[in-house]
Design a protein around this ligand. Structure first.
Ligand SMILES: *[C@@H]1O[C@H](CO)[C@@H](O)[C@H](O)[C@H]1NC(C)=O
Length: 471
């Protein structure tokens, strides 16, 4: 087995050298995965994943080299993105379905990036983009799905417990689609893309999920022998085949203005009397749930109090005013997946784990804290584990808009390290004096409780980004 694996690696390395362009190389790699007789299904999938990752990393390297972004690289200083597993850029995503009309991309399993993510191994992060006047074919997942509409508008239909419910969705709508429930949707806008940010919680194999499409050429029905279908539907083979071959196999289907009109009209939410009162999974508008707001930013949050299907996930939207900053703070229990939907900025996290990755130090020993830097731009995902202090800063030019999925959010507390109710302002004077080793007056000068600044405050000048408190 070891020899076989080794042989495979050697072959792969050779193939990588021999083939100049990315696509043939990817094909060769995939082919190698498929023909390894010794692989079971899981190993084969892992192998295929590895191919994708290799290619994407390679493309990423080329992008960085060609992109002339060396200035930015320097700005990141030590603990740059390449050294830490917490930052994902668009190149880390894989495209699961793609056509002219739409795209679904998904991040690889978090545990593939680092074993530090075992705590969130049941979660996957994905993005659905649907062009205007496009229908997404009915499908179900073997996983629960929470979505937040980040752009555009549409109509979402969910079939569950023998009932179909239809919902209007727009920017800020949070939707929940349970495992096995069939859903389809249409982008009803004439011009704009519909973009839905998705958190997928797997329920069978940790971190693995599958789509099941019931219609069209790639319908799961076509896996059955035609005699079985004839018996099940009491129809001729020809008729059944005609029905199952009516369209090609892309799940993204362009619709006519006529079709769009009637798909849109069906939404139950326009007609309250049609809405089933027991329907608790009705989308919730996150913008109706503002929790913090001042000159430097606004925070919107929805948890299971407002939308019971969220379970122990909280969905948040932070709108950091240009030049403003969120934090520093830490979360007591939640792992935060922070995804940038608009604007530019920069995040920093104090992290005891980076150095222990290679040389695992004694757990519970007094660690040193390294700086993890993340350059934030649309499409960046930043993972913040519980307990780790962090800060997010908007550029001087644009508001920074971040969608967050907080995993394990039940009983989570946000602990501010500056501004209103900050941690230090809650300590006794003597504890401050003893633990800082200076007078409590001096400590208060820095950490005074400022009621006007809850969570958000004025950010630093960008040029100072290299400074650290101890320099
Ligand atoms: C974000 O805040 C700005 C004000 O700084 C506001 O104009 C804008 O509409 C907000 N965006 C969202 C999506 O709430």
């Amino acid at each position: 087995m070891i020899l076989k694996t080794l042989g495979f690696v050697v072959f792969f390395a050779l193939a990588a050298v021999a083939l100049g362009t990315a696509d043939p190389e990817l094909e060769t790699c995939r082919h190698q995965c498929r023909v390894q007789m010794a692989f079971d299904r899981q190993q084969r999938e892992a192998c295929l994943d590895k191919c994708e990752r290799y290619i994407q990393e390679k493309e990423g390297r080329q992008e960085e080299r060609g992109g002339g972004s060396s200035g930015r690289r320097e700005e990141e200083g030590r603990g740059g993105e390449d050294d830490n597993p917490y930052v994902f850029q668009p190149r880390h995503f894989r495209t699961a379905h793609r056509s002219q009309q739409g795209r679904f991309s998904v991040l690889p399993r978090f545990t593939e990036r680092s074993n530090q993510f075992e705590g969130i191994e049941n979660f996957r992060f994905g993005i659905l983009e649907v062009e205007s006047k496009t229908f997404v074919a009915p499908n179900h997942l073997d996983a629960d799905l929470i979505g937040l509409v980040a752009e555009g508008e549409g109509t979402l239909d969910i079939i569950q417990k023998n009932k179909k419910k239809s919902y209007d969705i727009r920017v800020g709508s949070i939707v929940f689609i349970p495992a096995g429930a069939t859903s389809y949707l249409v982008n009803t806008d004439n011009n704009n893309k519909l973009v839905i940010i998705k958190l997928i919680q797997t329920i069978s194999t940790p971190g693995r999920f599958e789509f099941f499409f019931g219609t069209g050429r790639n319908s799961f029905l076509r896996a059955f022998k035609s005699s079985i279908l004839e018996a099940a539907y009491d129809e001729s083979k020809e008729t059944i085949q005609r029905v199952l071959r009516g369209r090609d196999d892309s799940p993204f289907i362009q619709v006519s203005d006529e079709q769009l009109k009637s798909l849109r009209k069906e939404s139950d939410t326009i007609w309250p009397f049609k809405t089933d009162k027991s329907s608790s999974s009705k989308p919730v508008d996150i913008f109706k749930h503002k929790s913090v707001s001042n000159n430097y930013g606004q925070l919107f949050e929805v948890d299971n109090d407002d939308f019971k299907e969220l379970g122990d996930i909280e969905v948040a939207f932070a709108n950091i005013t240009r030049g403003g900053m969120l934090g520093p703070l830490f979360n007591t229990r939640a792992t935060k997946l922070a995804f940038v939907v608009d604007g530019k900025g920069w995040a920093q996290m104090a992290c005891p784990q980076v150095s222990s990755q290679t040389e695992r130090s004694e757990e519970g020993a007094i660690p040193t804290y390294e700086t993890v830097n993340a350059q934030l731009r649309p499409g960046t995902l930043f993972v913040i584990p519980p307990g780790n202090p962090y800060v997010s800063i908007a550029s001087q030019d644009d508001n920074l808009q971040i969608v967050c999925f907080d995993i394990n959010a039940d009983n989570n507390e946000r602990v501010a390290l500056a501004g209103k109710n900050n941690l230090y302002s809650n300590m006794d004077d003597v504890a401050k004096e003893v633990s800082f080793g200076v007078s409590s007056k001096l400590v208060d000068k820095v950490f005074e409780n400022d009621d006007d600044l809850e969570l958000f405050s004025k950010g630093p000048e960008w040029q100072q980004s290299e400074d650290r408190a101890d320099q």
